[in-house]
Design a protein around this ligand. Structure first.
Ligand SMILES: [Zn+2]
Length: 69
């Protein structure tokens, strides 16, 4: 079984690398937060992130509450 697992992990890792490099090439997200210029990880850029974790969380929290009153 270890052989099989090695192959799966290798393939998953390769798919991930391809997905990340393609997303970076297409410029889906931003390398730095729009609000505070904090660096954004490649994985979050791939997901289209334009804000750092702190600002993204704050924004989502605000949306969930329907904004301030
Ligand atoms: Zn930020």
């Amino acid at each position: 079984m270890p052989d099989f697992m090695d192959h799966v992990q290798e393939r998953v890792q390769r798919d991930l690398d391809v997905a990340i490099s393609e997303a970076t090439r297409h410029g889906v997200g931003l390398p730095f937060c729009e609000e505070c210029d904090a660096p954004i990880s490649l994985l979050r850029q791939e997901l289209g992130a334009r804000l750092c974790v702190a600002h993204q969380t704050a924004k989502e929290a605000g949306q969930a509450r329907g904004g301030r009153r």
